[in-house]
Design a protein around this ligand. Structure first.
Ligand code: S6P
Ligand code: ZN
Length: 193
């Protein structure tokens, strides 16, 4: 049984993606993602040069239990490390049979999705796209545009996050700038396996 909590409301700033009020704001800097971008020399140099903020997450926490939902917005900065676009860490849900919905609010991006069976998909994200992330699909958002990529999400509060595997091996493909065009290329880390 889920806890009985009171209904509540909050405001979403459609431009910036900020939720107000919000009781859990997470900031991820490049130093939180060591080893996740292909260009390790560029990563270290950028960390030493000020450790840029890559993305923020505004999550309204309710009890992390079956039956509750978490409401969340993410704001990814525009930019690249080497030729790889800024992105989220990416994760499987800890309870892998938990789905999620994303609504694009601002900017341009690709949502990378993959299963343990080796299925891979990249879906475009822009204002107005609603993406259904089914159970069992790991997901990572990549900002391929010149502006902040802002998106809203809802997911079961008991889903949890498993970052470990993605941290080690990434997704099957990475999104890189090739002559100014976002391009999906095979992840060399996977090919070494
Ligand atoms: C949670 C949902 C998003 C991400 C956020 C940051 O299940 O998918 O709120 O947490 O976009 O990504 P990540 O991979 O660092 O958690
Ligand atoms: Zn998720």
């Amino acid at each position: 049984m889920a806890d009985l909590i009171s209904p509540f409301t909050m405001r979403l700033d459609f431009q910036r993606g900020v939720l107000d009020p919000c009781n859990n704001v997470i900031e991820r800097h490049l130093s939180d993602m060591r080893g996740m971008y292909l260009d390790e020399a560029a990563t270290e140099e950028a960390i030493e040069g000020g450790d840029p903020l890559l993305y923020e997450v505004y999550q309204y926490d309710v009890p992390f239990e079956t039956g509750q939902l978490l409401v969340v917005t993410s704001i990814i900065q525009p930019g690249k490390l080497g030729d790889e676009y800024y992105m989220t860490k990416g994760h499987f849900h800890e309870k892998e049979d938990r789905a999620e919905v994303y609504l694009g609010l601002g900017g341009q991006g690709h949502l990378l999705l993959e299963t343990r069976d080796g299925e891979f998909k990249a879906l475009p994200v822009e204002p107005g796209t609603v993406t259904y992330i089914p159970p069992y699909w790991a997901h990572r958002m990549v900002n391929t545009g010149q502006e902040e990529l802002v998106f809203f999400g809802v997911f079961p509060a008991d889903a949890g996050h498993n970052y470990d595997e993605i941290e080690k091996r990434g997704f099957a493909k990475v999104v890189v700038d090739r002559d100014g065009e976002p391009t999906l290329v095979p992840n060399p880390k996977r090919e070494k396996r």
